[in-house]
Design a protein around this ligand. Structure first.
Ligand code: NAD
Length: 246
């Protein structure tokens, strides 16, 4: 699929992987819907993209709320006429051992990382069925495939994203809708950086055979690849510096 002139909705687009992807798709000629629940950063991201000459809008949406996601897709259609690409990317993590984890914290992770993919896919597919196809990309994680002792809810949510991706791909292949996930290793971002992680940061670096963490742009280029390659569907692409090869 050519990215130029397509309408792309990106959730969690105010920061990190989502922002890098919104910029790359805009650079490739897409009309971009920057969606995030961080109003200020989302507006700034939209402005930065618009300043580069691309068409962009910002929608304030919390992906864990079905009504917000419905509104996000409606805004995309009102502004640009259709939805060709959705990157269900917004996500959070909560650290801690399971015997001390509250249901509220557990469910917050599931609501954003997992329900967010359901809602985004549901309402994007409704539009894609009207226009003859599209591409869905979900952000999974290395932690959708390997366990991490202090990431019970996150592991659960990202494992679900991998299989939701396969289920959606099978359901809608005949409708010309492809669905893939990208599984990043640890990537420098709002969630992961030397400042917020302190000594733990060097330990994370050591887990990546390539000897460094990823960059948001390296995840964005994998998103562009699965959009552009018409034979890729139902898979999770690891972009992880060798983390899961061990
Ligand atoms: P980030 O914190 O830089 O960006 C996440 C963005 O999502 C933020 O702008 C935040 O405001 C937004 N967001 C969070 N909850 C939201 C909600 N309910 N509704 C709308 N927006 C919401 O982090 P990032 O690393 O770019 O994370 C993006 C995705 O990548 C997440 O799904 C994360 O789980 C995944 N991921 C990150 C890493 C990493 O190491 N950074 C590794 C693997 C997977």
């Amino acid at each position: 699929m050519e990215i130029s002139d397509k309408v792309a909705v990106i959730t969690g687009a105010a920061s990190g992987i989502g922002l890098a992807t919104a910029k790359l798709l805009a650079e490739k000629g897409a009309k971009v819907v920057v969606a995030d629940y961080n109003n200020e950063a989302g507006e700034a991201a939209k402005q930065e993209i618009a300043n580069s000459g691309a068409e962009a809008i910002f929608v304030d949406a919390d992906v864990s709320k079905e009504e917000d996601v419905k509104k996000m897709i409606r805004s995309a259609v009102e502004q640009f006429g259709q939805v060709d690409i959705i990157f269900n990317n917004a996500g959070i993590g909560v650290q801690g051992m399971t015997h001390e984890l509250s249901y509220e914290d557990y469910h917050k992770v599931i609501a954003i990382n997992q329900d967010g993919v359901f809602f985004g896919s549901k309402y994007a597919v409704q539009e894609m069925l009207k226009t003859g196809g599209g591409v869905i990309i979900n952000t999974a994680s290395i932690l959708g495939s390997v366990g991490e002792p202090t990431a019970f809810a996150y592991n659960a949510s990202k494992g679900a994203v991998n299989l939701m991706t396969k289920s959606l791909a099978l359901q809608y292949a005949k409708d010309n809708i492809r669905v893939n996930a990208i599984a990043p290793g640890y990537v420098e971002s709002g969630m992961v950086n030397k400042e917020s992680l302190g000594d733990y940061y060097d330990g994370l670096v050591a887990k990546h055979p390539i000897g460094r963490l990823g960059r948001p742009e390296e995840i964005a280029s994998a998103v562009a690849f699965v959009v552009e390659n018409d034979f890729v569907t139902g898979t999770t692409i690891m972009v992880d510096g060798g983390y899961t090869a061990q």
